[in-house]
Write a protein that binds this ligand. Structure first.
Ligand code: PRP
Ligand code: URA
Length: 216
């Protein structure tokens, strides 16, 4: 069983980015910017065990033995909100393959409804899969996506989220004890409607407004 690594407890920039995201007045463009900023830090932490190999190069002054990233990794954003974390991970892992998974939560039952997947039938040759989704609430969307990846042979898997709550974390640890969990923060409460408190509200809507939000 892997205990979650929680970035806001140790990193002031992460804590400040998440506070701006949490604020209800924060408009979608700023929300997206802060999600990217926080995701750069999450990606730095999440990729800390990625393998490298030695490369011989010439600097302008001398020869030098440096490092290059080894292997091909997969980035798996859960639509829609996970898309806001993708650019930061591409910055860290430019050669990664990208497998979008679309899962929508049924707002009545809170169960995940599968919509679409770009995960190939065979995942041979891929090193680590990074599952990206800001909110780990009931854990249904994360567990569904990870099960889907495992059914296609993927692993090892790292789950990266912005905010988790005890219920979602326990479910993820229970169903997938092998998955490493990296979170921005952990909030205490999941309310009856399946929202994390204090949380961010609906992360997908805050990132991707579907109606004008700035009309005077
Ligand atoms: C949100 C969030 C997660 C899910 C978390 O997505 O981005 O995917 O809810 O909840 P869970 O842990 O209870 O499954 P949502 O289904 O609202 O879709 P959206 O990103 O399109 O808004
Ligand atoms: N999905 C969200 O976007 N926010 C929550 O608080 C829970 C699920």
């Amino acid at each position: 069983m892997q205990e979650p690594e929680v970035l806001c407890r140790i990193h002031p920039v992460a804590a400040s980015a998440l506070t701006i995201m949490r604020r209800k007045e924060t408009a979608p463009p700023e929300f997206a910017r802060q999600l990217h900023r926080l995701s750069v830090l999450l990606a730095t932490e999440a990729t800390c065990a990625v393998k490298t190999h030695d490369v011989e190069i010439q600097t302008p002054m001398s020869s030098y033995t440096g490092k290059a990233l080894q292997g091909v990794h997969a980035l798996v954003p859960i639509m829609r909100a996970g898309a806001g974390m993708l650019d930061a991970f591409r910055l860290m892992l430019p050669d990664a393959v990208i497998w979008h998974v679309s899962v929508a939560r049924d707002e009545e039952t809170l169960r995940p409804i599968f919509k679409d997947s770009k995960v190939p039938k065979s995942t041979t040759g891929i090193d680590t899969c990074f599952v990206l989704d800001p909110m780990l609430a009931t854990g249904g969307s994360a567990c569904f996506t990870i099960k889907h990846l495992k059914e296609r042979g993927a692993g090892p898997i790292v789950y990266v989220g912005v905010i988790g709550c005890p219920q979602g974390i326990e479910r993820l640890q229970d169903e997938h004890p092998d998955v490493r969990i990296v979170l921005g923060d952990i909030d205490a409460i999941l309310n009856k409607r399946g929202y994390i408190i204090s949380g961010l509200g609906d992360a997908g809507d805050r990132l991707n407004p579907t109606v004008p939000w700035n009309v005077q």
